[in-house]
Design a protein around this ligand. Structure first.
Ligand code: MRU
Length: 353
């Protein structure tokens, strides 16, 4: 047993009427916190990747609704609800794949429906958004313990993108499982894909793990097959942006390839995500909307152009891993082994959801 793993990073904070977001575009070079006081700017921050990661996007959007209520109150807007609904529409249009965004906005709509005045809405939405943030951290801790218990001690893990504190309210999903496993001395090493084109692995996952005292080795995505072939890795552990009712899972582009590689090399493949990432309205992965992003993200490295002038780029932000390549989906309500429609439905039933 190693000493308890530090968990020091909180990317989203609401205080004194403003939303504060750690600007993830600048990490690790600079830790700058931006303050927001209107929902339109929050929608833009989500689209522009100031904040990213499915649960973090949802929580941020919820605070965006709080700001919309606050502004409607300050301006004495007559149809305050219409104004807040317009802000919700804008937030919903920021990124299409992570279902947590729509889940969070739906929850805020339910709260708004109970409010008779804008003053009431300001108080109630703030309480709801804060509760969402706290519940997310608690869920991640439970997920961490459940996922860690599945890991036989003595081997390494490989992860993809950033699924840690930065991608959530705190602690992380897949990275939460890794934090917990490291704390329990179950894993020997952590490998992280650098994750082109935004480099969430090399910029964010590495920053966050090292800050909390967990050593990490980065690799180019193209090196994953060779790493898995060495036999050093026991589990590939990733997060999710949306899980269809049958267990097909959308996550950062490259995840599907890793699942195929894991299966080919006899390595376990674990998805860790809160239950609100499962979209029971979507029957299978083919129906999950996949965000396409600008070609420039692939043609350059940050602001620097690197590709041959005239080359075009194909830049889907996510891919879908079929359920039959996933060994286990770990949620805060327990694990579903060999996930399928019946297993996920039973989990929802057990959770009371
Ligand atoms: O484009 P991003 O950085 O928002 O993509 C994030 C991911 O794909 C994560 O793996 C996913 O949101 C799970 S985060 C706990």
């Amino acid at each position: 047993m190693r000493s308890p793993v530090p968990d020091t990073i909180r990317p989203i904070r609401f205080d004194a009427g403003r939303l504060h977001l750690l600007d993830q575009r600048l990490l690790p070079a600079e830790s700058r916190v931006n303050a927001y006081d209107d929902a339109a700017a929050v929608a833009e921050a989500i689209r522009d990747m100031v904040v990213r990661g499915a649960p973090a996007i949802g929580i941020t959007a919820a605070f965006g609704v709080v700001l919309a209520c606050d502004r409607a109150r300050d301006r004495n807007a007559a149809p305050w609800r219409a104004e807040v609904d317009a802000a919700i529409e804008r937030l919903a249009a920021s990124r299409p794949t992570a279902v947590n965004l729509f889940w969070a906005l739906d929850r805020m709509q339910v709260v708004l429906d109970r409010c008779g005045s804008v003053a009431e809405a300001c108080t109630a939405t703030l309480a709801e958004a804060q509760a969402m943030l706290e519940a997310d951290i608690a869920a991640n801790r439970r997920m961490g313990a459940t996922g860690a218990a599945l890991i036989e001690p003595g081997r390494a893990v490989l992860t993809h993108c950033n699924t840690g504190s930065l991608a959530t309210g705190g602690f992380g999903t897949a990275l939460g499982v890794i934090r917990a496993s490291w704390g329990e001395g179950r894993i020997t090493e952590v490998f992280a894909d650098e994750t082109r084109p935004w480099l969430q692995g090399s910029r964010l996952t590495a920053w966050e793990l090292l800050r909390d005292g967990i050593p990490v080795q980065l690799l180019c995505e193209g090196a994953a097959a060779s790493l898995l072939r060495t036999g050093r890795v026991g589990w590939v552990i990733v997060g999710a942006d949306r899980i269809a009712a049958n267990g097909d899972t959308a996550n950062k582009i490259g995840t599907y390839g890793l699942a195929l590689l894991a299966r080919a090399h006899g390595v376990g493949f674990m998805v860790a995500a809160p239950l609100n990432t499962v979209d029971f309205e979507i029957a299978e992965g083919a129906a999950i909307p996949i965000e396409m992003r600008a070609e420039s993200e692939v043609l350059g490295l940050g602001a620097r152009a690197v590709a041959a002038p005239g080359a075009r780029a194909w830049n889907p932000a996510f891919d879908v891993t079929p359920a039959d390549l996933i060994d286990v989906i770990v949620t805060e309500h327990g694990a579903v082994h060999r996930p399928d429609r019946a297993g996920l439905a039973a989990l929802r039933e057990r959770s009371g959801g």
